[in-house]
Design a protein around this ligand. Sequence first.
Ligand code: AMP
Ligand code: TRP
Length: 345
Amino acid sequence: MSSFVPRIFSGIQPSGDLHLGNYLGAIRRFVPLQQSHDCIYCVVDMHAITVWQDPADLHRSTLELTAAYLAAGLDPKRSIIFNQSQVIEHAELAWIFNCVARMGWLNRMTQWKDKAGKNSEVQSVGLFSYPSLMAADILLYKATGVPVGEDQKQHLELTRDIAAKFNNDFGPRLKELGLDADYFPMTEPLISGPATRIMSLRDGTKKMSKSDPSDMSRIALTDDAETITRKIKKAKTDAEPLPSEVAGLKGRPEAENLVDIYAALADMSKDQVLREFGGVGFGTFKPALADLAVAQLAPIADDMRRYLADKGEIERVLRDGAGRARIIAAETMREVRKIVGFVGA
Ligand code: AMP
Ligand code: TRP
């Protein structure tokens, strides 16, 4: 029997502009969880610096991402919203997890392999140990569920491996201290529904990403109506009309991606979208998708601008959230230091 309070944690890096993949795969799914769970939503600025960030850009992106959280409907009274670097316990637990995780585990991470490629020698040590910090983010709060996009699944498996090895390595010590043998929980990834993996508008086999050099490959959360419409109209597709059943999307990644985006934005299943648009060509479907995207995203962009007009208020939200996060984090670290055997703890 698990004795863990159901708790949600998730984070996004303040690096580059937020895009539709971040919104549909993550932020939008954070909102309803606030009704049913204690939620902690973090702006992971320490993860962002695993690759070079211009300090002024990092500062601006941190405020922008917080504004996006608020504009999308995260409520700072109900949930804890903060930036990672304000709660130093994240770095402390990450160090301990660096000593729990094995080189082989981190070496297998596809995100590391993708980002480092053949140039691993010149990458920061932080980029390699990134998943230990992510495990620390989650386990500091003993979070039981983490809503993320599909690309983060492997990092969550690693988080469970770290939790299991910690619980196991320190098993006798946990007993001696009268602590639960399952000290850290086996956190569940919350990856479901359409849009857990939004693809590039230029190439249906690559995910939509902040780091894609082509601006036309992604819809930014701050794009205006005209830009959104232009990007959708120019999105790569094939010449066939849409099928009337999901099976007909097989081998048509670009078509499938646009249907996926429509389904997510309209809160429909792909079946329902195809029931409505089966047999219709992209000349009709794309404008319908563009209208829907503009109707959903424009109010968020407007709200973001409104929040960003008062930077002091955004900073206050982050400071308040950090204060509340620190209470939970400090309690965990008091125990963890004792478990590890540090003097003074
Ligand atoms: P990142 O931009 O890498 O910090 O990602 C922030 C969140 O957005 C994570 O939960 C990712 O899984 C999610 N995400 C990023 N790109 C996509 C995408 N193309 N489709 C769906 N979710 C995504
Ligand atoms: N690695 C995640 C990403 O790139 C961001 C992240 C950092 C995160 N810490 C987290 C996501 C904790 C969920 C929980 O998207």
